[in-house]
Design a binder for this molecule. Structure first.
Ligand code: HDE
Length: 699
């Protein structure tokens, strides 16, 4: 008699179900019929069963009841934070030998590991907009040969709080207000700033949150950070501390605030669409994975605590060593099944990586597993195809809601003598290769006393916030000051909050505090007493976006406005130049169908002017005839198209005939305003921050 086998699942085991609807052209005669979930063919999917043509609907109608029953339960609770997100499949490839640091198979040079990555905003609900001022989640599930590793990070290297105890307070304060249910997806309101101004430890993160990092141009152009200090463990059991970094191949790029606001109006799904369309078109977004590696001696020599998530390690002190790359090359087939049901757990870790004693990380280790039970409704959520490891899963956990596997035999306990362990080995623990928590102490509480305290250096809330401020360009500093001013101006009822916040900012930079106070029209308040006096650190240019931007059109798009009478050759030349520079062209005409060119031919448009404003693009080209220009001078959408491109600091290339439109839009000459030749392509690769003082009061 065959011996019973232990329970084993593989990714996709439950995936190909009878409910899979074939793609077009894949139908066979037998699957071209609708059925109920019990497989019964449906004869009529238009009409419910009634007692007479005008009579009441009958309870007997199991087809109707099943259809509506399923519909009624189609939503699961949205994530309590990070509800709105976009995901994609891809792979991670280890490109460097780091066996001296980690024994994890995922890091073995040349190894390719499938991943599923989900980007998210934090505060808004699942149906909110893509471009609010907000931190972006950057969560990667690595389906490694040794089990799933989830690196659940953000696009900012530090966090608001130091201890998990404060997380529910942070989330409650930032999300829509408890009584009225607004604002959605915005931190600019009373409760957030009330809380933040009372929590000086948020200051460093607030500096990042008020910077252009939180209004990214594209999810393909953000960095990612593991935030906490982690450990890597090599085959000899040696531990090293690491911080994880994702660096986008397309470089960092943000929008300006007015543009981010206008993007919300133009396209709620701007980032989701951008990611999906890029992958669909074969322009696969790519990031390098880097690590900062350090030891205990380094950690102990720093003026901050490496276990404090409100602190970073300047890249100038420990350069980021690149150890691999991630390419996202496949869109999800089904948003719900994959992007919605993916369940990241900060506690998912593999041998060769380990946690640290960061008290924020420690709290996360429980939270994610717990939340998945609420969201997905079952302890068997790991069996969903998007969550299932791609290596064997063998254990004696059984039963539970929606158990989709059918474990065979009597053996559901360990140890047992029911299973033949033979050569293949049995489901026993594996001391040699299994995950072992490192025994190396990582904190300073090696005696193990139970204490509700924070380590001493956690009390420095301002030094790195100050370092961030002095590391930015003048424009970036102006943006931070304006963001604080804007956000605090939205504090409606709590008059004590803006001065309290500005009092905290005086510990960061007097100049910043003064600018915000002036912007708010308040007296400079008393400086808040720092829990620990900040120290002056060297600037860290790595934190600036503008100092690290890439001069490229790759991944960027150019909107080309044309109209009746435009010269086809001129359009073609611009499109060719953009394509050669690896950019994308989008043709926009005043009418939906397109426009009749000078030679009488019709050129189809990709978008109509009124619905395709310039905030959707990185640069614009205006190719018009004199007569079309004259008509467009009376068209506000055309004037806005040019004027917004100008104030959003984008390159504008125009032919001579279009000049009156530029004049009407109050475009002033600078390096970003060109004809349609090569100068335009060079200008289109950049944002023209030098222009900013002309279009915005940067005081
Ligand atoms: Fe999260 N976080 N978090 N978080 N987080 C969640 O898990 C939580 C923290 C992050 O695309 C939730 O599945 C606690 C830091 C991302 O599905 C929840 C604490 C960082 C995502 C949760 C933190 C993050 C989440 C909500 C403090 C950056 C989205 C739904 C102890 C390093 C993942 C869910 C996705 C999601 C709890 C702090 C990043 C409730 C308790 C720090 C990217 O479990």
């Amino acid at each position: 008699m065959a011996k019973p086998k232990p329970f084993e699942t593989k990714l996709g085991a439950g995936g190909e179900t009878h409910q899979t609807v074939p793609e077009k052209g894949e139908h066979s005669a037998s699957d071209a019929h609708l059925t109920t979930n019990q497989g019964i063919r449906v004869s009529d999917n238009q009409n419910s069963l009634k007692a007479g043509a005008r009579g009441p609907t009958l309870l007997e109608d199991f087809v109707l009841r099943e259809k509506i029953f399923h519909f009624d339960h189609e939503r699961i609770p949205e994530r309590v934070v990070h509800a709105r997100g976009s995901g994609a499949h891809g792979f991670f490839e280890a490109t460097d030998d780091i066996s001296d640091l980690s024994k994890a198979a995922v890091f073995k040079k040349g190894t390719k590991t499938p991943v599923f990555t989900r980007f998210s905003t934090v505060a808004g609900g699942a149906g909110s907009v893509d471009t609010p001022r907000d931190v972006r989640g950057f969560a990667v599930k690595f389906y490694t040969s040794e089990g799933n590793w989830d690196l659940v990070g953000n696009n900012i290297p530090v966090f608001f709080i130091q201890d998990a105890m404060k997380f529910p307070d942070l989330a409650h304060a930032v999300k829509m207000e408890a009584n009225c249910g607004y604002p959605q997806a915005a931190s600019a309101h009373d409760t957030f700033w009330d809380w933040a101004s009372l929590m000086p430890e948020t200051t460093h993160m607030l500096m990042w949150a008020m910077s252009d990092r939180t209004i990214p141009r594209s999810l393909r152009m953000i960095e990612g950070f593991g935030v906490h200090t982690f450990q890597m463990i090599n085959a000899a059991g040696k531990s090293s501390f690491v911080k994880f970094h994702w660096k986008p191949k397309l470089g960092l790029q943000s929008t300006v605030w007015d543009e981010a606001l206008k993007l919300q109006a133009a396209d709620n799904d701007y980032h989701r669409r951008d990611l999906f369309e890029a992958i669909d078109a074969g322009d696969f977004p790519e990031w390098e994975l880097g690590i900062q590696v350090f030891d205990r001696a380094f950690a102990e020599a720093q003026p901050y605590d490496v276990l404090d998530s409100t602190k970073l390690i300047p890249e100038e002190d420990i350069p980021v060593r690149i150890i691999g790359r991630m390419v996202l090359d496949r869109n999800p087939d089904n948003f719900f099944a994959e992007t919605e049901q993916v369940a990241y757990c900060a506690s998912n870790i593999v041998p060769g990586i380990d946690f640290s004693n960061d008290p924020l990380l420690q709290g996360r280790l429980f939270s994610y597993l717990d939340t998945q039970l609420k969201r997905l409704g079952s302890t068997n959520f790991h069996q969903l195809p998007i969550n299932a490891p791609k290596c064997p899963v063998i254990n004696f956990q059984r039963d539970g809601h929606m158990q989709t596997a059918v474990p065979k035999g009597r053996a559901n306990y360990e140890p047992n003598s029911l299973i033949d362990h033979g050569e293949t080995g049995g489901p026993r623990e594996c001391p040699m290769t299994g995950f072992e928590s490192t025994t190396m102490p990582t904190g300073d509480n090696e005696e193990g006393d139970k204490l509700r305290v924070r380590a001493e250096l956690f009390a420095d809330h301002y030094s790195q916030a100050r370092q961030f401020w002095i590391s930015l360009t003048d424009n970036e500093r102006a943006h931070v000051a304006s963001s604080f001013t804007f956000e605090l101006s939205k504090v409606g009822q709590l008059n004590q909050v803006p001065p309290r916040m500005v009092g905290n900012l005086r510990n960061v930079a007097e100049e910043l505090a003064q600018r915000v106070a002036d912007g708010l029209g308040i007296e400079l308040p008393r400086k808040a007493k720092a829990a620990r006096e900040p120290v002056d650190l060297e600037p860290s240019p790595a934190v600036s976006i503008q100092k690290n931007m890439k001069d490229t059109l790759e991944g960027r798009s150019v909107g080309i406005l044309y109209a009746d009478g435009s010269d086809g050759a001129e359009i073609d030349a611009v499109v060719a130049a953009i394509t050669a520079a690896k950019g994308k062209s989008v043709l926009i005409a005043p009418k939906v169908g397109g426009a009749k060119l000078a030679d009488g031919s019709l050129r189809k448009a990709d978008g109509q002017l009124a619905g395709t404003p310039s905030q959707l693009f990185d640069a614009v080209a205006i190719v018009l005839s004199e007569s079309a220009t004259a008509l467009l001078l009376k068209e506000s959408a055309a004037i806005d198209f040019v004027a917004n491109a100008f104030v959003h600091l984008k390159a504008i290339g125009a032919n001579d005939a279009a000049q009156p439109l530029l004049d009407k839009a109050r475009v002033e000459p600078d390096d970003g305003i060109t004809d349609l030749g090569n100068d335009f392509i060079a200008a289109a690769k950049l944002r023209h921050f030098d222009r900013e003082p002309k279009v915005r009061n940067l005081a």
